[in-house]
Write a protein that binds this ligand. Structure first.
Ligand SMILES: *Cc1c(COP(=O)(O)O)cnc(C)c1O
Length: 378
């Protein structure tokens, strides 16, 4: 078996999508896949049966959603490059601007092309637990705060967008929505839609789906003329994939009693959120922490000292050749892989609904060489 490889589980994607679909059907909210979390086009037909379309952070994601997913294509970026705006507008149905200035630069162009233009606002309701993932943190560049709007609703504004959550539940959404309505409700009569952003962990076990339905229905009752959008990324592919990797080497225990195991995947290259967020991902057959009889830090075969996750405890010793399976590896992984240290990108496999495993993409030296402009080489 060739490792490292991502294995995406269609059955789990389907059950996540069905939960999201039930929220759509019960409330009339439209739900978009935020492609920055998960962009595996080979699974888009399955998701497109349950969702309304995609949202994008860039020209490339917009083109990808437009070409492979269909439905509605939305885009938001903190700023748009003048050289890209025309192509973006040819691909999307909705465009969200980050500031009144960006809006005034491009909104007329959008209107001329039949693209609905909105503004991202910052309700200044910090609820995210990690500053790096908190768009409401002090000095944030994401979204327009009320004071910057000077009371005026830009002419031609059709929608408002906010995004303040990260892996969160209903209570945090209630806080954000209350802040949004308190600060911006005078603008609502003039617009056609509101986008509640992402970060809603709707498919996590224990998420209060009925509460969300109630909250959205209440919003609809207060503002019956408004279309509603949610754009989750994580919730679409939560727990829907693994990263399988082979142990290459096991070192003798360090003075702290924990051994280093070296694998053919790399946290820095293939699961960077484990280092950036940081967090310790689930590992099949192991417990988090060094409390068990056989404790290991798991590290990549790279030169980066910090390219390690864990420790994990096993009931048996690890050996070279063992295959490890990290869980919840569909989101913010494939979209973030890189070739640092010349690491091979993991293959991508799909476990189809009928249980068959299909390898849909393999990567080799050519991908590394192209990323390093080999065509311009000596
Ligand atoms: C990141 C992001 C999302 C998706 O967030 P998840 O945490 O993956 O659900 C949606 N909208 C915007 C504007 C984002 O920045």
């Amino acid at each position: 078996m060739q490792t490292p490889r991502f294995v995406i589980d269609e059955a789990k994607l389907e059950s996540n999508a069905q939960i999201l679909d039930s929220v759509r059907r019960r409330t009339g909210v439209k739900i978009l896949l935020a492609q920055k979390a998960y962009s595996l086009a080979a699974t888009y037909p399955l998701l497109a049966r349950h969702l309304d379309g995609t949202t994008a952070s860039s020209l490339f994601e917009a083109k990808h959603g437009h070409d492979f997913f269909g439905g509605e294509t939305h885009v938001y970026a903190a700023a748009y490059a003048p050289g890209e705006i025309d192509e973006i507008l040819s691909l999307v149905d909705h465009i969200v601007f980050n500031s009144p200035r960006q809006f005034s630069l491009y909104a007329a162009k959008a209107r001329a092309r039949g693209v609905s233009a909105g503004l991202r606002v910052n309700p200044e309701t910090p609820v995210a637990t990690t500053p790096a993932y908190d768009p409401c943190r002090p000095g944030s560049r994401l979204g327009t705060v009320r004071a910057q709007l000077e009371g005026a609703c830009p002419a031609g504004l059709e929608g408002l967008h906010f995004h303040c959550l990260c892996e969160q539940g209903l209570d945090e959404l209630k806080t954000v929505l209350a802040g949004f309505e308190e600060k911006f409700s005078d603008l609502l009569p003039a617009v056609k839609w509101v986008n509640f952003g992402g970060g809603h962990h709707i498919t996590r076990p224990g998420y209060d789906v009925d509460g969300l339905v109630g909250l959205l229905s209440g919003f609809r009752a207060r503002h019956p003329h408004l279309g509603m959008y949610l754009e989750p990324g994580e919730a679409v592919a939560l727990d829907a994939g693994t990263l399988e990797t082979t142990v290459l080497e096991v070192q003798p225990p360090s003075p702290d009693g924990v051994s280093n195991a070296i694998i053919d995947a790399s946290p820095a290259c293939h699961m960077p959120d484990t280092l950036e967020m940081p967090y310790v991902p689930p590992l099949n057959g192991a417990r988090k922490g060094d409390g068990g009889p056989f404790a290991y830090r798991i590290g990549g075969a790279t030169c980066l000292a910090g390219d390690v996750i864990g420790p994990y405890s096993f009931d048996r010793p690890l050996n070279a050749g063992d295959v490890l399976e990290f869980g919840d590896m569909a989101i913010y992984t494939i979209v973030k892989t890189n070739h640092f240290n010349g690491m091979r990108l993991p293959s991508v496999c799909i476990r189809r609904m009928d249980g068959t495993l299909e390898t849909i993409q393999e990567y080799g030296y050519e991908d590394f060489a192209r990323a390093n402009a080999a065509s311009r080489g000596a």
